[in-house]
Structure formats: structure tokens, C-alpha cells
Ligand binder design. Structure first.
Ligand SMILES: [Ca+2]
Length: 476
């Protein structure tokens, strides 16, 4: 069962959910998420955005959404956020396409626009607002092409994390965090969310405002609404944008973002904007499209606060596991820190502190770093429902605030399996007599138990991690 991705639920982009690890959809041009943004700039060639997902407010974060290991969500491909999506970390191709160019309108688009005008007015949008917003709107074929070209690709956790928490992103984050210390302090006091993590989200989503996207939102959202695959979702995004115009928070000309709708310094989807954006500058306008990041950053803090952020608590901490550790405890049950300590789990630095129930997170199996993650980790996942993203936000935020790097490196070359490979792994295990609970490409609890049993049979550490090496071994 594929869990409900917030993104999926909201966007209904079920077809492109990758489910696996870092399978990312090709990103829109703005964020890191994966997006492909223009290479170069502030974050260097690895500016990728991560995906935040904003919208999904209403969907509970699911722990085993389409992922590789039960309880581990590596990546979500389509998020609401606006995108921050899934592209997570990708590096922008040097020849990334420039923003879509408006073209002469097509008759079908004009007919859809006339119909939508009525639907918008039924939701309180005035004719004057609609006509003003659509004055320069055009059908954008490039947006359709990008939407249809999202493909699953995988990269290693190491590559993802090295891009997300690169030296450049840490350095730029420390500079911004220091230069805007008054703003971050005020946000922290107002929302109870540590400024370092807001800075990290800013860094991951748009490389601290450097890649916010330049696609005209009214046109891109109208194009996707008209084209229809997820028409009702995009019409809802458009209505939200029209409300922004009607209320005077911004103008159609200033509302630019990624082609898929995420915009602003921290890449909110329009509907998330309506629910969570705040006016932090005090000018009466919730303007996440402004050059000044105040409203955007405070809006992200408000989003986390509204999703239950516990003030003064960390997201988690790196830990070290003892020899002979029972890996069936990973990525699963929550236990109190004292219970983890009894199992031999030790902090990599400092002490193991009690912030309530914690789960042990291993994204790269026994060979990679291990973490105990607390309540706030799952709150970060409400922004983008992927363990990789939440971990990147936590680690980057701590590093921005001065912490050192992890004590244990991510393993070299360990990429996540693609869907076809996960299915093949399930088929090969089934053929050997292991019960994977079906062959569906989703490695849930039964599949993980099957992987562990097979690992034991060949004398490997039974961490349940679906590695490329294990698949290769199964093929023999
Ligand atoms: Ca404002």
C-alpha cells in the first residue's frame, strides 16, 4: 500500500510517484529540490532545490509511503510545495531550458478560460480581478512538455546529501544566517521554530532566494489546469492566485515561480500560501514573491509551527550502533532514548538526550550513518514527505548554526533502486521462497523481512537494506 503522499493526495500525481528512494522527478526550474536550475550561481553547480511540499497540509505524513524501507521515505516526487519537489537535489543541467515562452493562444485554451471564468466567479473572484490577472496569460506548451517529461531517476544518498549539504550551501547559509540574525531571531520568538532550520529550508528550496523561478504563475497554472491531467488541482491553485491578486498581496506580474507552481523563497504552492503565509513585514501584504525574504521565511516557520513543531527540541541526532546490533529495530518502532541506550545505541557526539519517543533512521543500511529522530523530524516531513529531505534540513540547519559534519560518511556509490529493480528484487526473492508480500515495487515490512532472511542466509548483516549489491547477488 502506497501510502498517501501529501503530494499525491493533493496533487493527485499518483502516476509519477516514484517510491523509491531518491527517485526524483525532473525538477522544475526553481528549486533545489531537484530542480534543475541553472547551474552555477550561488550554490555552485549543485544548487538543487529540495522539495518542500507545501501544500499538503491536510495529509498526515505517512511513514512508509512508497519507499524503500519500511518507514523510510526517501523521496516524494511531486510535492506541493510547490515544488520543491522532487527534484530534489538535482543539479541543474547546464543547458536547462529557459522559462517557457508564451505563445499565441490556442482556441481550446480560450474556451477553457471562458468556462473557468464562471467557476472562479462562483468562488468569489470578481470579473475585474479575473480579467486583470488573465490579461497577459498565455498557454505555455513548454510547461506541458516539462510536466510530461518527469521521469524517475535515481541518485545515491551520498550524492543527494552531498548536494544538499554542500560546503557552498553551508557557507552561504552561515553568511545569510549571520547577516539576517535579527530576522531569524524575531521569527524564532514569534513561531517557536529554530531559525537555523528555516534557513536550511530556504537554502534547500531556492539556494537562499537565488533560484525562485521565473515562470509566470497565472500562465503556468492555467496551462496545467486546461491541459487536464490534474485539472481540478491546478484550478484550485489558480483560484488561490486570483485571491492573492484580488486581495492586493501581489500582482500577476510579480507572481513568478517554478513551472509546477511552487514559488517564493521557500517554494509554497498557492493553496498552501492561502493557508499558511503570513505578513511579517507589517505592510499588510503577505508577499512571498518579494525580494525581501521576511514574509517567505516567517511563512515557513508558521507552517512548521502549525504542524506541531515542539519549541526548543532538535530534529534528531547522529548515533553509533554497537557490534551485533539487531537491525530489525531500524526504520521501525519508536522507543524512548533510554530504551535505545539499553540496546547499545550511543550518541556520535555529546549525550543522548530525552526528547520523547524516537525512531532509528538508517537510510543507507548498516554501512551508513545512523540517526535517532524525534517528533520535529516528522514535522519537517510535513513540508516535504521524504526522509532524505527532512534529514538534509536537520543536518544543514545544524551546520549553519556551527555544528561539524557527520562522524560517519555516507557510503560511496550506494544508490537507491528504481521501481523496476525493486520489482525484480521482489521477484527474485519470491523465486527463492521468501515471502515479499506481493510483487509491487514497494518494499514494505514483508519485503524487508524477506531481504533480512536472505541476507542471513548468505552471511550478510541483516539490515534489510535493498542495495544494488544485494540485487546483483540475487541475480546470480
Ligand atoms: Ca508583507
Amino acid at each position: 500500500m502506497r501510502a498517501v503522499f501529501k503530494a499525491a493526495a493533493l496533487l493527485a500525481i499518483t502516476t509519477s510517484l516514484p517510491g523509491a528512494g531518491i527517485a526524483l522527478a525532473r525538477a522544475p526550474e526553481t528549486s533545489l529540490r531537484p530542480l534543475s536550475r541553472p547551474a552555477g550561481a550561488a550554490t555552485g553547480s549543485t544548487a538543487a532545490a529540495l522539495v518542500p511540499a507545501v501544500a499538503a497540509a491536510a495529509t498526515p505524513a505517512t511513514r512508509d509511503a512508497g519507499v524503500v524501507v519500511p518507514g523510510v521515505t526517501l523521496a516524494v516526487d511531486s510535492s506541493l510545495r510547490p515544488q520543491l519537489r522532487p527534484q530534489r537535489l538535482g543539479t541543474a543541467p547546464a543547458n536547462a531550458a529557459p522559462q517557457a515562452q508564451p505563445v499565441a493562444n490556442d482556441p481550446g485554451f480560450e474556451a477553457w478560460k471562458r468556462g473557468f471564468r464562471g467557476r472562479a466567479m462562483a468562488q468569489g473572484i470578481t470579473g475585474a480581478t479575473f480579467d486583470r490577472a488573465f490579461r497577459g496569460a498565455r498557454f505555455m506548451p513548454d510547461v506541458i512538455a516539462k510536466d510530461r517529461n518527469q521521469s524517475e531517476f535515481t541518485k545515491s544518498i551520498r550524492d543527494y546529501m552531498e548536494g544538499a549539504v554542500s560546503d557552498t550551501r553551508v557557507r552561504n547559509g552561515r553568511r545569510e544566517y549571520s547577516q539576517q540574525s535579527a530576522l531569524f531571531s524575531r521569527i524564532e520568538r514569534s513561531y517557536g521554530v529554530s531559525g537555523r532550520y528555516i534557513a536550511a529550508i530556504w537554502g534547500l528550496e531556492t539556494a537562499y532566494g537565488s533560484y525562485r523561478g521565473t515562470t509566470p504563475l497565472i500562465s503556468s497554472m492555467a496551462t496545467l489546469a486546461y491541459e487536464g491531467r490534474r485539472g481540478s488541482f491546478y484550478e484550485a491553485q489558480l483560484i488561490a492566485l486570483l485571491k492573492v491578486v484580488q486581495h492586493g498581496d501581489s500582482t500577476p506580474e510579480n507572481m513568478q515561480g517554478s513551472w509546477a507552481g511552487a514559488s517564493g523563497h521557500t517554494q509554497f504552492m498557492p493553496t498552501s500560501y492561502l493557508s499558511y503565509a503570513v505578513d511579517f513585514t507589517g505592510d499588510g501584504r503577505r508577499d512571498i514573491w518579494a525580494e525581501d525574504p521576511s514574509d517567505s521565511l516567517a511563512s515557513s516557520a508558521n507552517y512548521l509551527a502549525r504542524h506541531g513543531w515542539k519549541s526548543g527540541q532538535p530534529w534528531g541526532q547522529e548515533v553509533v550502533l554497537p557490534q551485533g546490533f539487531d537491525y530489525s529495530q531500524a526504520n521501525g518502532p519508536e522507543k524512548m532514548p533510554s530504551a535505545w541506550a539499553r540496546l547499545g545505541v550511543r550518541p556520535a557526539r555529546g549525550e543522548l538526550r530525552d526528547y520523547g519517543q524516537a525512531r532509528l533512521l538508517l537510510l543507507a543500511g548498516a554501512e551508513g550513518p545512523a540517526f535517532l529522530v524525534y517528533h520535529n523530524f516528522d514535522v519537517i516531513k510535513r513540508y516535504n514527505n521524504a526522509d532524505t529531505y527532512a534529514l538534509a534540513v536537520g543536518i544543514l540547519g545544524d551546520r549553519i548554526a556551527g555544528a561539524g559534519d557527520l562522524t560517519r560518511p555516507w557510503p560511496q556509490g550506494e544508490r537507491m533502486l528504481k521501481r523496476a529493480e525493486r520489482i525484480e528484487m521482489q521477484q527474485l526473492l519470491t523465486r527463492r521462497g521468501y515471502d515479499t508480500g506481493g510483487v509491487d515495487g514497494i518494499l514494505g515490512g514483508r519485503s524487508t523481512a524477506a531481504i533480512r532472511a536472505y541476507q542471513r542466509s548468505i552471511g550478510s548483516v541483516p539490515d534489510g537494506h535493498p542495495s544494488v549489491a544485494l540485487l546483483t547477488r540475487l541475480r546470480r
